[in-house]
Design a binder for this molecule. Structure first.
Ligand code: ATP
Length: 444
């Protein structure tokens, strides 16, 4: 399968099966904004739940938080986003398209007569680069004036920094400890694209770990390792994951060291998560801009300091895309193409499909009973329409790991078949053992 077509196939499967739809599609869509359908919302939720479990529930040194999207505008001055969260852009005066100044398709130097527009091909029509802030602005209250400007947050991290003392004082935590948050972020990206890889509205899964200065390097190394393990634990192909360390020209102004976890997408190696040593930059700046002390007092050592921060920052949508790209495969089965989303069972939106072999002889009634019993434990799907092979294929495309068929033997001896998505092998299992059987196979 040519890699360029894989993304097209995935986009169409996502629409067909109800994973992801274009936002406001009946109005022609809205640029790089996407909606999650019934299966997509489950898949993304499973990604987020797995992250939350690993970061908050399974550890005793991290607390959860859900800060608001709207924050005091000074937050973004302190964070450096008002002054620095910008991309240099050029416009074509002829076709009115807008590009990043470093767009590799531009020939010549923007602003000079030799520069050529990559879309309409006109020469000398590209403007000088101008800085464009990526934050979405809106107004708070009834008056649309400069004093009422607020921003949609471009990252969730700042909500954690400004709440760090609140969490510390209301929990039993001591440094080193972390705060984790999952939430929406907004960036007016100039070159969005590649489906949900880069969108203007997205969700982040961020964790900020507060440590004593001097211990930051060892914590940074630990978190780098743990985060890679988590990515591997999603069932992603190991050979398609790697670290990329930021060189001096890539490092953000606040960072002492930074590694991206990259995945090899059909469109190249790209970041799915960043692990950053942010030093005391963030708390230092908020201390300065708010005039409030943000020091930590270590009672045992009787010392005060502004903690250093190790950040792990992943995109929920980007990880969801990674999981889908990695899971997609096509196989030749009996002269037909079988499309499978081979999700890790914990991530699969539907865990089991339940089918009566035929619509008679008490099979639909028993299948309905089995379906309702399973649905109390996990998402299941009932299907009695079409040939059994077609029903299996539909579940393969949805990434459902197990299909349960109620047939003549079920009625006779209360046993069913469980068909495994990946091997297509079938096991005969007693009905009374079904829940335990699935539980064992899903517990991963
Ligand atoms: P990129 O270089 O890809 O723009 P970034 O370095 O700006 O990303 P961070 O600010 O470190 O990204 O954000 C952390 C994570 O948030 C990224 O690893 C990515 O998974 C996710 N993310 C960032 N921007 C977007 C976006 N526009 N759409 C979807 N996910 C995003």
């Amino acid at each position: 399968m040519a890699d360029t077509t894989l993304m097209d196939k995935l986009v169409s499967l996502c629409k067909r099966r109800g994973f992801i739809f274009q936002s406001s599609e009946i109005y022609g869509g809205l640029g790089s904004v996407w909606d999650y359908g019934p299966l997509g919302v489950e898949l993304k939720k499973n990604v987020k739940d797995r992250w939350w479990h690993a970061m908050v529930h399974a550890r005793d040194d991290i607390e959860g938080l859900d800060a608001a999207i709207l924050m005091h505008p000074k937050v973004w001055e302190a964070s450096g986003h008002v002054a620095g969260f910008t991309d240099p852009l050029v416009d074509c005066r002829h076709c009115k398209n807008r590009f990043r100044a470093d767009d590799p398709r531009i020939k010549g130097t923007p602003g000079q007569p030799d520069a050529q527009c990559p879309v309409c091909g006109s020469k000398g029509t590209l403007t000088e680069p101008r800085l464009f802030n990526l934050m979405f602005k809106t107004f708070m209250g009834p008056v649309e004036e400069q004093a009422a400007v607020v921003y949609l947050r471009p990252e969730t991290a700042q909500g954690i920094y400004v709440n760090y003392l609140n969490v510390l004082n209301s929990s039993r935590q001591k440094v080193p400890f972390g705060i984790a948050q999952i939430g929406k972020a907004f960036r007016n990206e100039i070159t969005p694209g590649n489906f949900i890889f880069r969108t203007r509205e997205f969700e982040q899964m961020e964790m900020q770990f507060f440590v004593k200065p001097g211990t930051d390097v060892e914590w940074f190394e630990r978190w780098r390792g743990w985060r890679m393990e988590w990515c591997q634990g999603l069932g992603l192909t190991s050979a398609k994951l790697r670290f990329h360390q930021h060189g001096p020209d890539e490092l953000a102004h606040y960072a002492k060291d930074a590694f991206d976890i990259q995945y090899e997408f059909p469109f190249g190696w790209q970041e799915i998560e960043g692990v950053h040593n942010r030093t005391d930059f963030d708390l230092g700046r908020h201390q300065q801009y708010s005039g409030k002390k943000l020091e930590y007092f270590d009672q045992a050592a009787n010392e005060r300091y502004v903690p250093y921060i190790v950040e792990t920052s992943a995109g929920a949508d980007r990880v969801t895309l990674t999981v889908m790209v990695d899971a997609y495969r096509e196989e030749q089965v009996e002269g037909e193409v079988r499309v499978v989303l081979g999700f890790h069972p914990a991530l699969a939106p539907i865990k089991a499909g339940v089918f009566p072999l035929v619509k008679k002889d008490g099979m639909p009634e028993l299948a309905t009973e089995v379906y309702h019993a399973l649905k109390r434990r996990f998402p299941a799907f009932y299907d009695d329409s079409g040939a059994i092979g077609r029903r299996y294929r539909r579940m393969d495309e949805a990434g459902t790991p197990f299909c349960i068929t109620i047939d003549g033997e079920t009625i006779a001896n209360r046993s069913i078949t469980v068909r495994h998505r990946d091997s297509m092998k079938q096991d005969r299992v007693g009905l009374d053992r079904l829940e335990a059987y699935l539980g064992d196979h899903l517990a991963v």
